[in-house]
Design a protein around this ligand. Structure first.
Ligand SMILES: Nc1ncnc2c1ncn2[C@@H]1O[C@H](COP(=O)(O)OP(=O)(O)OP(=O)(O)O)[C@@H](O)[C@H]1O
Length: 276
């Protein structure tokens, strides 16, 4: 089922966003928007401000100037609870302080939706089961999260975000510690969330090849500003990427999904790269 267009009017957007830490300005004048039902990937070299941007989009950091808004309402005017109902954020690493079972962690996704007394209802339990099935962790439901592998844990925290039923899900490098099969699994899950539930997916990733295959919009950040934004083939231009990343690259047609494939070139082969 493809999500209808009614909700694509809902946008998570920044306008002239600038921010930093102390005297260090990290992001300058970032204006972008992500519609619901789209897959938006943020890439760029280390230390260029991708995580900082994602935290601003999640409402966890306030920009110094400019604004982040959801459906036209500035995040700064929304309560934490409302934000948590509408936007799920998965940081680079999630540590659980207590030894909780997978079901308990996934149920935590319902917290922003609970009534005054904070009791889970049958509906919350059913949504947790559904989220665990969607992310293929149902068979782990009664296991302690602490005793799971990195890939399994990653899926549990994605499951918690799915259970939250957010309009937007924001993920910081969710595939960086995963093997190839699990990388594709996480990307496929996000694609299903986008298509079946109309969720807006915003992901920070260093993997330009995955971005080329999955992103509707790729945003390349360089030195705190948007270097390029658009469909992956428009952004993944050899000269631009070599300038931004400061290395030689092969950029060629990939056999997969008629997308581009980017390969960094070892120094000993860099003469060959010039001709590609
Ligand atoms: N809490 C902080 N206090 C001070 N400086 C910070 C803080 N967090 C990040 N920075 C600095 O801000 C800059 C951008 O950091 P950020 O984590 O947003 O970059 P990034 O593009 O996500 O990097 P990476 O690809 O390495 O994860 C870096 O120079 C970093 O050292």
């Amino acid at each position: 089922m493809t999500h209808n267009n009614a909700s694509t009017a809902t946008q998570l957007a920044t306008r002239e966003l600038s921010t930093g830490y102390g005297s260090h300005e990290v992001l300058t004048d970032i204006t972008l928007s992500v519609p619901r039902g789209s897959f938006f990937i943020i890439a760029g070299p280390n230390g260029t401000g991708k995580t900082t941007l994602l935290k601003c989009l999640a409402g966890l950091s306030r920009p110094r100037t400019g604004e982040v808004s959801l459906e036209g309402t500035p995040l700064s005017r929304m309560t934490r609870r409302e934000l948590a109902r509408r936007i799920a954020f998965l940081p680079q690493s999630v540590e659980s302080a207590f030894s909780l079972t997978v079901r308990e962690v996934v149920l935590m996704g319902r917290a922003p939706h609970l009534g005054m007394l904070g009791f889970h209802k049958d509906k919350d339990m059913a949504l947790a089961e559904e989220a665990m099935a969607f992310t293929d962790v149902l068979h782990l439901a009664d296991r302690s999260v602490d005793a799971l592998s990195g890939g399994e844990k990653q899926r549990v925290f994605i499951s918690r975000a799915v259970c939250q039923q957010p309009e937007f899900i924001l993920l910081d490098e969710p595939t960086s510690a995963l093997d190839l099969a699990h990388q594709v699994r996480v990307m496929d899950l996000m694609e299903r969330l986008k298509l079946e539930r109309g969720t807006g997916v915003v992901m920070v990733s260093h993997d330009l090849n995955l971005a080329a295959m999955y992103a509707d919009t790729l945003c390349l950040i360089h030195q705190g500003t948007v270097s390029a934004i658009g469909a992956p083939p428009q952004v993944l231009e050899k000269k631009r990427l070599e300038t931004v990343y400061g290395c030689r690259l092969f950029v060629e047609e990939s056999p997969a999904a008629s997308s581009l494939r980017i390969t960094p070139v070892p120094a000993r082969m860099s003469k060959d790269a010039a001709s590609h």
